[in-house]
Design a protein around this ligand. Structure first.
Ligand SMILES: Cc1cc2nc3c(=O)[nH]c(=O)nc-3n(C[C@H](O)[C@H](O)[C@H](O)COP(=O)(O)OP(=O)(O)OC[C@H]3O[C@@H](n4cnc5c(N)ncnc54)[C@H](O)[C@@H]3O)c2cc1C
Ligand SMILES: NC(=O)c1ccc[n+]([C@@H]2O[C@H](COP(=O)([O-])OP(=O)(O)OC[C@H]3O[C@@H](n4cnc5c(N)ncnc54)[C@H](OP(=O)(O)O)[C@@H]3O)[C@@H](O)[C@H]2O)c1
Length: 661
């Protein structure tokens, strides 16, 4: 019995109808089961892509042949297929919640609304503004160490960077401007701290507990998909030195900088010689009357900045980091010039990958070159070179290009102290040698809890805490998905940083992958996707084997390693180059996930094929001449791949990179 006439895309609750009844297409043809509408107007609509559908209660439309084919168990009656009365490329509503609005979260705030429809997106950010790393780290000298013309979004190049390595404030301004330019702030909830995330396997939802940092108000939210874009280097690690809390002078972490503190005429201790300390020390050293005491316990390579060779190739002076007003104007006025610089920077970053292998010529040459350069720069205090020069390969710890660092160390107002700190007192530190070092301020440039799970609880299936899953080390399939944590994705999760090359294209690729996953869940009516545990194990085995030949497994302390930088496993880095990661993530391997249908166990897994319509020719809002897309989209130039005549194999697109499904 017919219960409703229906125009596709114009049903107040099509899902509910589809669950209760079956559908006959009254216009258009092709299927025997479909009745022909007697009305001429309906036929006209069919010509223009519209159709009238009629629902029938309890009518079996599945032919016997199909029933036999779709039946999983031949002894059981087949599950009855009730067609879904929606176009196959429909957009079921989905709630996506992102934790963090740094480089990664902002990217998702652009791509999700651009590429998907019907997504209720919210990005929770605990800080007062977006920018992540570049909002948080405000120590003097903070800047990127990858040329700015690479350390930016590929789709929003800034022609006006003031320097090859732009300062923190400028990068933060760029990120905030990008977020505002692309409407990201519509989705961002600032000063909102996510306190816990819990998977509800009955509801197939993530439950989030959130607290407003400004008002203290706590509330709950839920989501179909959870993305942790909380940053790898966002949880400051204080040193575990006894007595630190007793210090009565000014103590600060590099990522929790006290901007009001006046360092003039002060004795300042700086713990650490990682990238942060290397930028802080030259800045403090220059302050009038300051005495800087550098506490270093580990060896490290100090290399040239990453973009030096690019600058030389382009005829620019690598010692002059700032761009002149004329150069900046030229980049604004001449897009070709800007592109030339961008291209050179990317080429440079991607062609030194061989250096990461222990026995490569490039590694040997670099050791020779940078060893000599370090000794020369430290000639005034050769004992520092003797302490610093490592036996491990360049790159084992994050390369630390430190313009001005070694030069600062040899200045008279700087002391380089290698005796380990025994304890902190109210007035300074005591070294293991017994020496008392009085201090006014103590800067802990001691890094981040990079290999630790998130500092807030995340519970997966059966209440499994991510903290437990990430013990003794974190592991995530292709760095992005964890078994037992359905519909959860990580941006820059474990094994996602890059030893050389662009991290920003890596995070863009990860964002694109997540968008593809959300689209598949949405379009193909899956309730959940979860990384298969055996594939996570395969991934970890791959990582272990890959890293054996690289400098990353040389003996050094580094946040790339598990267990706070001292473990055996490399948990920070992607096992391969940037380009390797981009290709690996280009086309998701869906077979590496477990899938649960929204229609339940044993349901016809092709029910998402819907009612025989595509949104592109489905009338919009019931109008006859407006559609959900372009019904002739496939001849638009942007969709047409034109092969070169006679020799299609000469297509420049596939010479740049191979085809992928
Ligand atoms: C000082 C410094 C310099 C760096 N320089 C470079 C460089 O030159 N080149 C390079 O490639 N990489 C560099 N990095 C790495 C840098 O972290 C990444 O390049 C990039 O900025 C990471 O972006 P993200 O969005 O993934 O993480 P983040 O920028 O860390 O952003 C994460 C966001 O999540 C928010 N968040 C975390 N927990 C919660 C919560 N519970 N609730 C709500 N919000 C939360 C944080 O507040 C933060 O805003 C540097 C890192 C540091 C610390
Ligand atoms: N753009 C840039 O130039 C830039 C700037 C800053 C940071 N970053 C990024 O952020 C990452 C982290 O850099 P970071 O410098 O903040 O941290 P880091 O590289 O992890 O360095 C931390 C330093 O603190 C020392 N340390 C830690 N605990 C200590 C203790 N208890 N006693 C004495 N010393 C202690 C470490 O010594 P050990 O090595 O002996 O453990 C190390 O020298 C970098 O690798 C880079 O990826 C980039």
């Amino acid at each position: 019995m017919a219960i409703a006439n229906y125009v596709p895309g114009h049903n107040p609750d099509p899902g509910a109808h589809a669950m209760r009844g079956t559908v006959e297409v009254r216009c258009g043809g092709g299927f025997r089961q479909q009745a022909i509408s007697p009305r001429k107007s309906c036929l006209n609509r069919a010509v223009h892509g519209a159709a009238s559908l009629t629902f029938h209660r309890d009518r079996e439309l599945v032919p016997l042949r199909d029933r036999l084919l779709t039946s999983m168990d031949p002894t059981q009656p087949p599950a009855r297929l009730i067609l879904k009365d929606e176009p196959l490329d429909g957009h079921r509503p989905m709630k996506v919640r992102v934790v963090g609005a740094g480089f990664s979260g902002i990217y998702l705030g652009i791509r999700i609304p651009q590429r998907l429809r019907n997504v209720d997106l919210r990005i929770y950010e605990k800080n007062e503004d977006v920018g992540g790393t570049w909002w948080v780290n405000r120590y003097p000298g903070c800047a990127c160490d990858i040329p700015s013309h690479s350390y930016q979004y590929s789709f929003n190049p800034n022609p006006d960077w003031s320097a090859l390595y732009a300062p923190q404030k400028e990068i933060c301004t760029y990120l905030q401007a990008t977020a505002r330019k692309y409407g990201v702030m519509r989705f961002v909830k600032l000063s909102h701290m996510v306190e816990s995330c819990k998977w509800d396997d009955g509801a197939k939802k993530w439950l989030l507990s959130i607290r407003r940092v400004d008002t203290g108000e706590a509330f709950e939210d839920d989501a179909d998909v959870l993305v942790l874009a909380k940053g790898i280097l966002s949880d400051p690690a204080w040193p575990n030195i006894p007595g630190l809390k007793r210090f009565k002078g000014e103590a600060m972490h590099s990522a929790l900088w006290k901007e009001d503190y006046d360092f003039g005429q002060k004795r300042v201790g700086v713990i650490g010689n990682g990238s942060s300390a290397i930028q802080i020390v030259p800045s403090l050293q220059k302050i009038e009357g300051t005495r800087v005491l550098c506490f270093a316990r580990s060896k490290t390579w100090i290399t040239n900045p990453f973009g030096d060779s690019t600058m030389l190739r382009l005829g620019l002076d690598p010692t002059k980091f700032g761009f002149s007003p004329e150069q900046r104007q030229e980049f604004v006025d001449n897009p070709d010039k800007l592109f030339e610089l961008r291209k050179a920077v990317e080429l440079d970053g991607n062609t030194i990958h061989a250096m990461s292998f222990r026995d490569s010529d490039l590694q040997r040459m670099a050791v020779e070159m940078f060893g000599t350069a370090m000794k020369e720069r430290l000639a005034k205090k050769p004992e520092i070179a003797e302490f610093l020069l490592p036996s491990f390969g360049i790159g084992c710890r994050r390369n630390t290009p430190g313009p001005g660092y070694l030069e600062a160390l040899v200045e008279d107002n700087v002391e380089f102290i290698t005796d380990p700190i025994d304890k902190v007192t109210e007035t300074g530190v005591v070294l293991q040698s017994g020496r008392d070092v009085p201090l006014d301020a103590l800067v802990c440039a001691t890094g981040f809890n990079a290999s630790a799970p998130p500092p807030f609880p995340v519970y997966g299936k059966s209440g499994l805490p991510l903290q437990a899953r990430f013990t003794p080390y974190p592991e995530a399939y292709l760095s992005m998905a964890v078994d037992s944590f359905p519909n959860m994705f990580l941006m820059l999760g474990p094994n996602s940083a890059i030893g050389s090359g662009s991290l920003t294209i890596m995070l863009e690729t990860e964002g694109d992958y997540i968008v593809k996953c959300i689209r598949k869940l949405q379009k193909e009516d899956y309730a959940t996707m979860t990384a298969r545990p055996e594939r996570v194990a395969d991934w970890s085995a791959y990582c272990d084997e890959y890293f054996k030949k690289t400098v990353y497994t040389d003996r050094c302390n580094s946040w790339y390693r598990s267990q706070g930088g001292r473990g055996e496993r490399i948990t920070g880095l992607w096992p391969g180059s940037t380009l390797h990661a981009v290709e690996a993530l280009r086309a998701p391997r869906w077979e590496d996930f477990e899938w649960e249908s929204r229609d339940g166990e044993g349901a016809n897994r092709l029910r998402w094929l819907g009612n025989g319509w595509s949104v592109t020719h489905t009338p919009k809002d019931g109008k006859e001449d407006e559609f959900g897309g372009d019904p002739a989209w496939y001849i638009e130039p942007m969709f047409v791949s034109i092969p070169p005549e006679e020799r299609p194999e000469e297509d420049p697109e596939f010479k740049m990179r191979p085809f992928s499904h």
